[in-house]
Ligand binder design. Sequence first.
Ligand SMILES: *Cc1c(COP(=O)(O)O)cnc(C)c1O
Length: 395
Amino acid sequence: MNKNYIQTAEEALLHTYNRFQIVLEKGAGAYLYDVNGKEYLDFAAGIAVCSLGYGHPKYKEALKNQIDELMHTSNLFYSVPVVNAAQALKKASQMDRVFFTNSGTEAIEGALKAARKYAYTKGTGKYEFIAMNHSFHGRSMGALSVTGTEHYRTPFEPLISGVKFAEFNNLESVKAQITDKTCAIVLEPVQGEGGIYPAERAFLEGVRALCDEQDILLIFDEIQCGMGRCGTMFAWQGYGVKPDIMAMAKAIGNGIPVGAFAMTEKVAEHSLAPGDHGTTYGGNPFACAGVDAVLKIFEKEHILEHVQKVSVYLEEKLDALVKSSDVVEARRGKGLMQGLVLKKPVGDVVKKALEHGLIVISAGGNVLRMVPPLVITEAHVNEMIGKLSKALEEA
Ligand SMILES: *Cc1c(COP(=O)(O)O)cnc(C)c1O
């Protein structure tokens, strides 16, 4: 059955991915099933999206109810879900104003525009961005411009001008890129695609201080590391370093395509005004019903406390694997965002893991990435370790 679907897919879809030869059909909890009924323990969660796992009853109910009520209104009107979701996200993010988008990339685009508009309104003449090497912020022309991996950018140049790159976790390198034209510094508190690199606290504190001294805005991309993944609602809350603008997406909708950027009042009062930015779908009632449901479930089911607990267990088990396996060189990560540095080609290990019914993905060059649903249990961790150990051996 897989074969027919795959052939049709390969004839119809643009070849922008090297997809696994698997056709997924349904999910339940931390498991996915393909059209042949094969079961997979999912330690990727649709790339850090499906934090509540698959088929959460309260989440499904909220979406089904919203389909019956109203799907779309445009941003010319308020709807009950956008009011509820904005209020809930404002509280969870500790930001003052929220703008809903359809994706992470769009959230970054909005954040960059918000920073440029802030400088414009204040008449500072600042327009430059500093971004980090190995960062990932999306594939649109703006988001690509601040993405710190050259091979993603090169075919599409010239991109937006005024972007400089610094070394992540190297304050001197950031300092060296600052000019009197620097308008914002953009970074992921824990770099995801680039290879799972958590920021050091001193680095974030140092960048924050530089921004404060020179009226530079600090933009955090929390698209992957946010929404509970690192044990706090947003990763910056664990560091105690608050950004001026932040981008969110992925897990805020648990599978509904939705993102958001948010900012403090200090920024908002000098930034985007009516006519400066917009979107047809962003903040539509269906997407916002999803966001509101996700945030309610987080609170009701104490998801953050659960992540704090189960991630300690995961880290212990992964550290033991680093010790016992000569294929695994090191572990990096925070909470349920973990990477294993491998001595074997990661692609081979990922393929072997799939054969054993385990979904893991890669990040950077040689890093095996785990971003499981936040609701995994210790039993899931044990099952993962069993399957991964076999895959590491056989790959
Ligand atoms: C996934 C991701 C993006 C892009 O989000 P999309 O929803 O794919 O547009 C941007 N930044 C980070 C850190 C991401 O992980």
